[in-house]
Write a protein that binds this ligand. Structure first.
Ligand code: COA
Length: 265
């Protein structure tokens, strides 16, 4: 089902060819994630995930300063225990939607990615950072802990020791430090960030989309199960692709010394 362009209160969503771009759009509040924005993200990802012509997505922040400076503190301040649990649950639903999408999502972090902002970036497949980006889990400064998956996804991405350090100190790290600790895949000059993300998205979009979706699923689900189970997931995923026209085309193109043209079938 083709993605129907929609107006979101807190997001800009555009699709160009096979690439969707989702821009968090509350720049005057440094794109802080409020209830509306989390709902919009969930709805946008449900709609985009139905469009199998989308082969890659980029998530970034509006304005020059922030990807997202965290969950909206003023909105959170008076929450009850039950409502805080629901709010965290919604953050986890969004993370799950990003991870569950059939296409990879590249986070293009253009400034502050703090708290929930860092957590949403971590739910993306990988992160490119502008040289102005800053990352951190500063929740302890507010008397709380990460609630949108930070303690878990951060530890899985950079190792538990470094995740503990960031979660206990609340310190911000520069893009260069984020690169050194494996939080981001590349740091690029601020002005080149979207071009870099688009270049990689285009490269991914030219591959067989069934293979990319399968790789995404196996890399994600395999990370949380014992190696023999993960290996079985990989074998099943590998074998299932031999039922696709894309596998026949990819291998025939190699043998015929021509470029493959994948159709997602
Ligand atoms: N929630 C709600 N509003 C936020 C916000 C957040 N997480 N982060 C920034 N804002 C708002 C500010 O209140 C301010 O709004 P105002 O102009 O109406 O007063 C606006 O965004 C600009 O932020 P400001 O603090 O003036 O910018 P700065 O450049 O001086 O500082 C930060 C930038 C990121 C260091 C600072 O905004 C900050 O510490 N934000 C909170 C980070 C955080 O703790 N996130 C985790 C939340 S769980």
């Amino acid at each position: 089902m083709k993605y129907e362009p929609k107006k979101f209160e807190t997001l800009l969503v555009s699709v160009e060819g096979a690439i969707a771009t989702i821009t968090l759009n509350r720049p005057d509040k440094l794109n802080a994630l409020n209830y509306r924005m989390l709902n919009d993200l969930r709805d946008a990802f449900i709609a985009l995930d139905h469009d199998y012509d989308i082969h890659c997505a980029i998530m970034t922040g509006a304005g020059d300063k922030a990807f997202a400076a965290g969950a909206d503190i003023s909105e959170m301040a008076d929450k009850s225990v039950a409502n805080a649990h629901r709010f965290a649950g919604l953050g986890h639903v969004v993370g799950g939607r990003i991870e569950g999408a059939h296409f990879p999502v590249i986070a293009a972090v253009n400034g502050f990615a703090l708290g929930g902002g860092c957590e949403i970036a971590l739910a993306c497949d990988f992160i490119y950072a502008s040289d102005k980006a800053k990352f951190g889990q500063p929740e302890v400064n507010l008397g709380v802990i990460p609630g949108f998956g930070g303690t878990q996804r951060l530890a899985r991405r950079i190792g538990i020791g470094r995740a503990r350090e960031l979660c206990y100190t609340g310190d911000m790290v520069s893009a260069e430090e984020a690169l050194r600790i494996g939080l981001v895949n590349a740091v690029v000059p601020h002005a080149d960030l979207l071009a870099k993300a688009n270049e990689t998205a285009k490269k991914i979009a030219l591959k067989g989309p069934l293979a990319i979706a399968q790789a995404k699923r196996v890399l994600l689900r395999g990370a949380d199960v014992p190696l023999p189970v993960a290996s079985e997931l990989e074998m099943q995923g590998f074998a299932s692709l031999f039922g696709s026209a894309d596998q026949k085309e990819g291998m025939a193109a190699f043998v015929g010394k021509r470029a493959a043209v994948f159709t997602g079938k």
